[in-house]
Design a protein around this ligand. Structure first.
Ligand SMILES: [Fe+2]
Length: 336
């Protein structure tokens, strides 16, 4: 059993995955993609950065796009903590772990803490942002996939067990996990909010950010996002799906933005996770596709991801054993 016991009273209270910072080469192209296909709202633009949010969000931003000429990177994984007091506790705890946290100033955020986790993932923690109007009922401003709110990250790490162990210490619980027949951890789906995922770790060359996800209201909005992508010249950016995940039985579609950052539109969470009867569910690389439908993901979906600044990815020793679209098609016999 590779899943550690949950920690119900962690050293400080992380509440959820909250925002992401990525660099882009062309801010206008990225703005067009995220506002037209995802339907994100522009909260502000300043100093070469664009601050966007989902239509349901009252926090100032959940996606920060920064113009940079040195290639697309994922600058920070954003986590929210409950209060300023919890932020101070986080600072002290990270100091005790020897992780060297640093206070920084970020526009439209309260006090902000930067730290790099033991896997090499750069984190940004804050307890508050400037409040902005919730636009969930402003349907005249809804576009594309009507992205409601930021939901989760998938992060590739060479050692998924180490990531799972570390974030368990911070109070994250495991909803689902994938284990090889010889007991190596392939993936851990971990959460703090009341649904099955905030941080998903897969064993792969890393650390790298595989994707971030927004909730879309329903399948019609999801297909509209795909239609808008096609109309505006992003047809090939629809990388995988629409399809249905085995875990949670939710529908999804993955896009690549103009800089190659991957993101997902996914329907809302299938069930609540607060109660302790929600034990981690075990999967195998073979069973992870049960009840799903459609073709396997293309090889790029498994191999390509956004790098973090100054962090050289390391290969994993854990074999995921995933079937790629290329392998599936090459092995298929066609009788004409
Ligand atoms: Fe996802």
């Amino acid at each position: 059993m590779p899943i550690p016991d949950p920690v119900h009273y962690p050293p400080f209270n992380i509440t959820r995955a909250g925002h992401v910072r990525v660099t882009v080469r062309d801010l206008d192209a990225a703005r067009d993609f995220y506002t037209s296909v995802y339907g994100l709202i522009v909260s502000d633009e300043a100093d070469g950065a664009l601050y966007l949010r989902g239509v349901e969000e009252v926090c100032h931003h959940s996606l920060v796009l920064t113009a940079a000429g040195d290639g697309p990177l994922c600058e920070r994984i954003g986590l929210r903590v409950q209060t300023e007091e919890e932020l101070d506790k986080a600072h002290d705890w990270f100091c005790g772990e020897g992780l060297g946290p640093a206070w920084v100033e970020q526009p439209w955020q309260g006090r902000t803490l930067h730290v790099t986790d033991p896997c090499g993932v750069p984190l940004e923690l804050c307890a508050s942002m400037t409040a902005v109007p919730r636009l969930g009922s402003a349907v005249d401003r809804h576009r594309g996939g009507v992205a409601l709110r930021f939901d989760h990250f998938q992060i590739l790490v060479p050692d998924a067990q180490a990531a799972c162990d570390f974030y368990t210490r911070l109070g994250f619980r495991v909803s689902d996990y994938v284990e090889t027949p010889d007991g190596a951890l392939v993936a851990a789906f971990m959460y703090r909010k009341d649904i099955p995922w905030d941080l998903v770790f897969f064993a792969a060359k890393g650390p790298r950010m595989h994707h971030f996800a927004y909730i879309t209201p329903n399948a019609v909005d999801m297909f509209r996002a795909c239609d808008i992508a096609g109309i505006r010249g992003y047809g090939e950016a629809v990388e995988r799906g629409p399809g249905r995940h085995s875990m949670g039985h939710v529908q999804y579609v993955y896009f690549r933005d103009p800089d190659g950052h991957r993101s997902e539109l996914v329907l809302d969470a299938p069930h609540h996770m607060t109660d302790l009867e929600n034990e981690p569910v075990q999967w195998t690389p073979a069973s992870i596709g049960e009840k799903a439908w459609g073709l396997p993901a293309q090889r790029a979906w498994f191999l390509e991801a956004s790098r973090f600044p100054g962090v050289e990815p390391v290969e994993t020793s854990v074999a995921r054993g995933a079937l790629t679209l290329e392998d599936y098609l090459s092995a298929r016999t066609v009788v004409a």
